[in-house]
Design a protein around this ligand. Structure first.
Ligand code: TMP
Length: 208
């Protein structure tokens, strides 16, 4: 049984991940592959409960290290209970965010050491890493405008633009350091142009 491919989408809020995930998934399905679409934090019942804990404003302080460990606890559930079994059964997995989000948000945004995040990544999912990561990139002010002002922003949406600037810079640095895995798409282009870029990525991926 050939292992399925593992594809992740990354980017700050408002860059259009959902639309482009649907677009890529349609192309993979059209080529005859089974695809599982999932997200982080979340993707299993317990991991979704952790997502609620991490994203909501609780009634006590959330130390940065607790936030990091919670997203990795959710990831341990997701990888072991859903992602690895799917890949081993030959199913392709498309995930809305994965460990690069921890590097961007908890590393870049909160300032936690990159080495600690790499250690957790290796421990939690050393054998399960994305084959391809599509980074949808846009300046923070455009992303924030598109994400719109929610009436009840969650803990992340409540952050200042500097937090997202650091997250975006981290994403771009990660992509520059690993061009074999990352494809950076300029998400400020018109929707159809972004979709065409995702199509081009799908074509290469499906031909492999
Ligand atoms: P979203 O998937 O709807 O964008 O929301 C998930 C939020 O969680 C988003 O603000 C980024 C944040 N996040 C982290 O801070 N670290 C992580 O490892 C992941 C997966 C998400």
């Amino acid at each position: 049984m050939e292992r399925g491919k593992f594809i992740t989408f990354e980017g700050i809020e408002g860059v259009g991940k959902s639309t482009n995930i649907s677009h890529l998934v349609a192309a993979i399905e059209a080529a005859g592959h089974e695809v599982l679409v999932t997200r982080e934090p979340g993707g299993t019942p317990m991991a979704e409960r952790i997502r609620d804990l991490v994203a909501s404003h609780g009634d006590e302080a959330m130390p940065d290290v607790a936030e990091l460990l919670l997203v990795f606890a959710a990831r341990a559930l997701h990888v072991n209970n859903v992602i690895r079994p799917a890949l081993e059964a030959g199913t392709w997995v498309v995930c809305d965010r994965f460990t690069d989000s921890s590097r961007a948000y908890q590393g870049g945004g909160r300032g936690l050491p990159a080495d600690d995040i790499d250690l957790l990544a290796d421990w939690v999912h050393g054998d399960v890493t994305p084959d391809l990561t599509i980074l949808l990139d846009a300046p923070v002010e455009i992303g924030m405008q598109r994400a719109g002002k929610r009436s009840d922003p969650d803990r992340f949406e409540s952050e200042q633009s500097e937090f997202f600037e650091r997250a975006r810079e981290t994403y771009l640095r990660l992509a520059a350091g690993d061009p074999g895995r990352f494809v950076v798409v300029d998400a400020t282009q018109p929707v159809d142009v972004v979709k065409a870029a995702v199509d081009a990525v799908a074509e290469v991926l499906l031909a492999e």
